[in-house]
Ligand binder design. Structure first.
Ligand SMILES: *[C@@H]1O[C@H](CO)[C@@H](O)[C@H](O)[C@H]1NC(C)=O
Ligand SMILES: *[C@@H]1O[C@H](CO)[C@@H](O)[C@H](O)[C@H]1NC(C)=O
Ligand SMILES: *[C@@H]1O[C@H](CO)[C@@H](O)[C@H](O)[C@H]1NC(C)=O
Ligand SMILES: *[C@@H]1O[C@H](CO)[C@@H](O)[C@H](O)[C@H]1NC(C)=O
Length: 390
């Protein structure tokens, strides 16, 4: 072994100016092998370099700052509510017009919801799989302002009162997987109720790659943080910090804001409207209990529930069953019960709601809120957002 190393060393340190023939004949058989290894290594390096280079060329850089809201697991991680939170803040407080770039997957019900929420505001919503092309057409149509023209200091955030229609920031929905666009800030959402999907933390499991992507992140946000015990949050936090111990970790939760009447979104009602009434919660979402719990807190007389599986498409027999339950509740309480559903269900299939006359159907709207948590608050989160603009 020692002899082999000496030979390799000798070959490696023989300057090119000196003919290889000066080496002892015993060394000759090694030369082709070493040469081959070296070439292979070089090939790998250059291949990686080429990949990087290609990636670099294809990495689209928008003329405005890009904030990406990404995920590591499926569904329910608060990506869309976070996109909405960020867009709202830029539009209302920084007074910069944001462009949301979304793929519009899942029957586009998320895009529909965003369009409704931001109707009549300076927020623009670009829907399409090719986000670079979508961004280009919006930037072309509305124009844009350079980031350095925007107030980079907090004091000036309050002072600036003029809202420009020109786009000042782009927000990427589900940007983590969309690597071809350059981002200035990468936010990763984690679902506290099922942090790493249904896969366990196995050393060679599929989780390895996604967890390391916390190294690319600028902030992690643990969503539905109000629905799990403190210990679970600590575990998730330490798992994230194991990968990136400098990553700021925020907590978020969904807070009910108001209801609207099904079929008339401009008819907004306060949460107290169901106080003292009998209510039937109908939902087809990932965590129906969280929805029902929120309704129970509003002080209704009685809460009944019909839970369907996530993304369930309501059929004729479901409608019959819901009606039967409504009639039973009317009989039991001597007054008409109110049907309550989530916005997600409403956007998936708003037609089915026509069939419940004479019962009122209310749709619950919720907003994302950043919780106070060991130095990470809504204020520090907003500072992080503004830093991406500078
Ligand atoms: C993130 O969510 C999107 C849409 O829900 C999904 O397509 C994507 O695969 C998810 N990412 C991971 C790593 O699971
Ligand atoms: C936006 O509001 C206008 C009226 O203000 C309405 O006609 C239109 O349907 C709304 N669009 C969406 C997507 O809600
Ligand atoms: C929708 O609600 C608004 C506000 O309550 C009301 O003025 C309007 O007449 C309603 N529209 C319809 C079609 O019921
Ligand atoms: C968080 O803390 C700040 C002060 O640091 C306080 O003003 C605010 O009300 C708190 N927010 C919540 C939701 O408790």
């Amino acid at each position: 072994m020692e002899k082999l190393r000496r030979i390799i060393n000798q070959i490696a340190y023989t300057p090119t100016s000196q003919s290889l023939s000066t080496l002892p004949p015993l060394h000759f058989p090694f030369i082709p092998l070493l040469f081959l290894s070296s070439s292979l290594y070089k090939l790998i390096i250059s291949f990686r370099h080429t990949l990087y280079h290609l990636n670099f060329i294809h990495k689209h850089r928008l003329p405005v700052p890009v904030i990406s809201v990404g995920n590591l697991t499926w569904g329910g991680n608060g990506k869309t509510p976070m996109v909405e939170f960020v867009a709202n803040w830029f539009a209302n407080e920084v007074r910069v017009s944001p462009l949301i770039l979304t793929r519009g997957y899942g029957g586009a019900d998320e895009a529909k919801m965003l369009q409704r929420h931001f109707n009549g505001t300076s927020v623009k919503i670009g829907v399409g799989a090719n986000r670079a092309a979508t961004a280009a057409s919006f930037l072309n149509k509305h124009g844009f302002i350079y980031p350095f023209d925007i107030a980079c200091f907090e004091e000036s955030v309050q002072k600036s009162r003029v809202v420009s229609e020109k786009i000042g920031v782009a927000i990427l929905d589900d940007g983590m997987q969309h690597k071809s666009m350059f981002r200035d800030l990468e936010i990763v959402m984690v679902n506290a109720l099922s942090p790493w999907g249904n896969c366990h933390l196995l050393p060679y499991g599929p989780l390895r790659e996604p967890l390391t992507s916390f190294n690319r992140a600028d902030a992690a946000v643990i969503h539905h943080a109000d629905m799990v015990p403190e210990e679970s949050l600590s575990i998730i936090e330490s798992e994230i910090l194991d990968v990136n111990r400098f990553l700021p970790i925020y907590l978020s939760a969904m807070t009910p804001s108001h209801f609207f009447k099904a079929g008339n979104t401009s008819c907004q009602l306060r949460l107290g409207v169901i106080y003292g009434k009998s209510v039937l919660c109908v939902s087809a979402i990932g965590s129906p209990s969280s929805f029902v719990q929120k309704i129970e807190k509003m002080g209704p007389l009685y809460v009944d529930r019909l839970d369907y599986s996530d993304h369930h498409q309501f059929q004729e027999e479901d409608i019959k069953m819901i009606k039967a339950r409504l009639e039973y509740l009317s009989y039991k309480f001597g007054s008409k019960p109110t049907i309550v559903m989530t916005e997600k269900d409403y956007d998936r299939d708003s037609k089915i709601l026509g069939g419940f006359d004479p019962y009122d159907v209310l749709v619950l709207c919720c907003k994302l809120r950043i919780l106070n948590h060991s130095g990470c608050s809504e204020d520090s989160f907003k500072k992080l957002l503004i830093r991406s603009m500078c």
